[in-house]
Design a protein around this ligand. Structure first.
Ligand SMILES: Nc1nc2c(ncn2[C@@H]2O[C@H](COP(=O)(O)OP(=O)(O)OP(=O)(O)O)[C@@H](O)[C@H]2O)c(=O)[nH]1
Ligand SMILES: [Mg+2]
Length: 304
């Protein structure tokens, strides 16, 4: 093969990860990227805006677009989250519908499926969390159900958590992309700035360490970033909640919870930056921030 034909067969394109909340979209993004850029938690609605990850392989480049889990919007924030899903579906070359194969199918799955059907885009069906299935034969009725609903280019059972079938998935995705040059430099991992990645790390730790309504009423923004030395950064993040009682919960008795959030977040941030940092967290009360346009703008919760 000449180098010219090799170049022609290089493929690149945008690929949306869509699915219900908790299906494992962000876990898969991090797994395929080999680096954690998206917040992951066992609480639904973890992801609030689209996050791109760039995967560069010898055969092609995949720009993977992680989206918020599909749910009924209550607040302006949630309406924007759903608009971001619609926008992703419109603008990508390929859609990956991820469903949690370890739970039974319900009306939420039907709704996500309809979004994919309406998009009319080439699509792969990914049946995730197969590590939780004792008997893989349980996948068969699920595959049967989905096969009747759409012309999937491929159906691939995976475990995003364990990394099973990931190579098959990467090849399956690249095969479906149009021929073309790489869209990004091969050392660009994501479209998100460091400040956002850091805020998302802090928010992830809050999601992990709190229950009930706290994950939903919490937002984090990086307010100050001081590069004290080449190998030492001082970072200030504000944590927003909606009521003084919620602020108390986030801070915890003798500030123990806030300390734990800070310690866990700092470890991940230092890993990301590759050097030491000092992280300062402040908790602020901002009533109804989920309905405030300017705050949502500041937090990067956009429609696309
Ligand atoms: N056992 C198992 N758990 C998984 C797998 N993939 C994801 N999870 C877990 O499922 C939960 C949700 O994962 P996320 O990646 O945050 O899901 P998501 O689809 O991005 O969720 P939203 O952002 O809320 O829409 C987390 O607790 C993950 O650890 C998997 O393959 N196997
Ligand atoms: Mg997510």
């Amino acid at each position: 093969m000449t180098s010219a034909t090799q170049k022609e067969s290089y493929r690149s394109g945008y690929v949306a990860l869509v699915g219900r909340p908790n299906a494992g979209k962000s876990t898969l993004l991090n797994r395929l990227l080999g680096q954690k850029i998206a917040a992951v938690s066992d609480k639904p609605q973890t992801t609030r805006f689209r996050i791109q990850g760039v995967i560069t392989q010898p055969e092609g480049q995949i720009v993977l677009v992680d989206t918020p889990g599909v749910h009924k919007p209550g607040y302006e924030m949630n309406r924007r989250m759903m608009a971001a899903v619609q926008d992703a579906l419109l603008t990508v070359d390929l859609v990956c519908l991820i469903c949690d194969a370890s739970v039974s199918t319900g009306s939420g799955d039907r709704f996500v499926l309809e979004l994919v059907q309406k998009s009319n885009k080439p699509a792969l069906l990914l049946l995730n969390k197969i590590d939780k299935l004792e008997d893989k034969a349980a996948l068969l009725p699920l595959i049967e159900w989905y096969r009747h609903e759409y012309e999937w280019r491929e159906v691939i059972p995976i475990s995003a958590l364990r990394g099973s079938m990931i190579d098959v998935l990467l090849n399956g995705i690249i095969k479906q992309l149009p021929e073309g040059e790489p869209l990004f430099a091969d050392d660009q991992l994501t479209d998100q700035p460091m400040r956002t990645l850091v805020a998302e790390i802090v928010r992830e730790k809050i999601l992990q360490l709190t229950e009930e309504e706290i994950p939903y009423v919490t937002a984090v923004v990086t307010e100050k970033w001081e590069e004290v030395r080449e190998d030492f950064t001082r970072i200030y993040c504000a944590i927003f909640v909606e009521r003084p009682s919620q602020k108390k919960i986030v801070i915890g008795k003798s500030a123990a919870r806030l300390k734990e959030i800070g310690t866990r977040a700092r470890q991940d941030i230092e890993h990301l930056l590759g050097h030491r940092c000092h992280l300062e967290l402040f908790v602020k009360v901002e009533e109804e921030w989920r309905n405030k346009m300017h705050l949502l703008d500041d937090l990067g919760i956009r429609e696309g």
